[in-house]
Design a protein around this ligand. Structure first.
Ligand code: PLP
Length: 461
């Protein structure tokens, strides 16, 4: 017999350690019941009580093709019936895995060569760090190991990827970051620009700071730089003009590899297939996850560029086989899901939809929010956007964190049927809807958000 809703909630509270949830309040029942997500279709999810919510965050920026696509479910089922699992160690493969890898190497930006698979963005970035270290060991540069990431960058929650993440919220009480991972300034002019500085000058200053950091550490100790083409969890912040061009010039000068973390931006979100395409980034290594399978099955990948692979290949006779892998690397169900999802991404031109409907969305966001007295900045690109709230627009002063303005607005939206995320770094309402969203659905999303913002604004007045 199926358990009733109260029983499910009780079992959950008793037994699940939820990510990013206050453990005491939740387990003692003082934070209410868990939301039991039951079904989903298109851009809407439905809870066990039958409440329908417009998912303005595509799960966690991942269900790009929307929910309930039977074509993908059938591809997974077909593969599960034919061969649910075999590993990819020691040169074993499956038809779906070979097809997917060939496809990814061809579609990825830059000069890519091989694909290594994992299950999450975090483990893929862990792999990237090992690749950087391995590469420099094989090149006879054993000191060239530090990895630079940005403050407010988000690269995951495992030990190395969590260290790459540039927000103390993810480090505190967890003994992170590791010493080999260092941070440079966030690419966000609104908070970090100087008085009277142009956007281009701000970008050049950030690049000069990176240059100085590498010089200070010693270029012979710095192996790689990792960045999201568009800062995601750190606040959904597109790069300032000229940023990537200036940063890449510094990396080239110091022989530092560039890892593009495309976990959010990969497969269309910016309006281009990859964020690298959008911003003229030529990476050495690329991390993808989320949109790769639209989260229908967990799958991530570290895509390895020719430059790195050539060194791995040349070193193989000396060091033997590439000693890295997971039981589930290249899992057949993940590969089958990814091929079916990428068929949809290409056939329905979801990058094109993110460009066209995304432009409409950016315009709607600006028109709804830019003039409100508690809004400091409205920003975004394609189908990712954010509204940042401030106590004082003129003087750019933040709200007292104890007011929990971002969280209250997000909750007010939720009470009205919309999921829009309170981002962790400031009072920010973030949007990242499925890439299949229509203009009419954008209208619905923005108008619910506007009501929510006005309700909280009135409470604060
Ligand atoms: N990199 C980026 C840019 C992300 O946004 C995320 C997750 O949000 C990750 C890495 C980590 O991915 P996962 O949560 O699958 O480990």
């Amino acid at each position: 017999m199926k358990p009733d809703i109260a029983t499910i909630a009780e079992m959950d509270r008793r037994s699940v350690l939820h990510p990013f949830t206050q453990a005491k309040e939740f387990s003692e029942g003082r934070a209410g019941d868990p939301t039991i997500v039951d079904t989903a279709d298109g851009i809407y999810i439905q809870d066990a009580h039958g409440n329908r919510l417009l998912d303005g965050f595509a799960g966690l920026y991942c269900v790009n093709i929307g929910y309930g696509r039977t074509e993908v479910a059938e591809a997974i089922s077909r593969q599960a019936h034919r061969l649910a699992f075999y590993h990819s160690y020691a040169a074993h493969t499956t038809e779906e895995l070979a097809i997917l890898s060939d496809r990814l190497v061809k579609m990825a930006p830059g000069r890519m060569s091989k694909v290594f698979y994992g299950m999450s963005g975090s483990d893929a970035n862990e792999t990237q760090a090992k690749l950087v270290w391995y590469y420099n060991n094989l090149r006879g540069k054993p000191k060239k190991k530090k990895i630079i990431s940005r403050e407010r960058g988000y690269h995951g929650c495992s030990v190395v990827s969590g260290s790459m993440t540039g927000m103390s919220f993810y480090h505190d009480h967890m003994d992170l970051p590791l010493a080999r991972i260092i941070h440079t300034g966030a690419p966000h002019q609104y908070w970090h620009g100087h008085e009277g500085e142009s956007e281009l000058d701000f970008s050049r200053r950030r690049a000069a700071e990176l240059d100085a950091l590498i010089e200070r550490e010693g270029a012979d100790t710095v192996g790689a730089f990792i960045g999201e083409p568009v800062l995601g969890t750190g606040g959904i912040t597109p790069p300032p003009e000229g940023y990537w061009e200036a940063i890449q010039a510094v990396l080239r000068k110091h022989d530092v590899l560039l890892i593009a973390d495309e976990v959010i931006t990969g497969f269309g979100r910016t309006g281009s297939m990859f964020g690298c395409d959008h911003y003229g980034i030529e990476p050495d290594l690329i991390t993808v996850a989320k949109g790769l399978t639209s989260a229908y099955v967990p799958l991530s990948a570290a895509i390895v560029g020719e430059k790195v692979f050539e060194v791995l290949k040349d070193g193989a006779d000396r060091v033997g086989s590439f000693s890295h892998g997971y039981t589930y690397s290249g899992h057949p169900l993940g590969a089958a899901a990814a091929n079916a999802v990428l068929d949809i991404v290409e056939r329905e031109d979801l990058p094109g939809n993110a460009r066209v409907v995304g432009a409409y969305f950016q315009d709607r966001l600006k028109r709804a929010f830019a003039q409100l007295p508690i809004v400091g900045e409205v920003r975004g690109v394609g189908l990712m956007g954010a509204v940042e709230f401030v106590a004082d627009r003129e003087r750019k002063l933040r709200f007292d964190p104890s007011l929990k303005v971002g969280a209250r607005i997000s909750q007010a939206a939720r009470d009205r049927g919309l999921i829009a995320r309170a981002m962790p770094q400031g009072d920010i309402l973030g949007f990242s809807p499925p890439l299949v969203i229509t203009e009419a659905e954008v209208d619905e999303m923005v108008s619910i958000a506007e009501t929510a913002v006005r309700v909280v604004m009135d409470e604060l007045a």
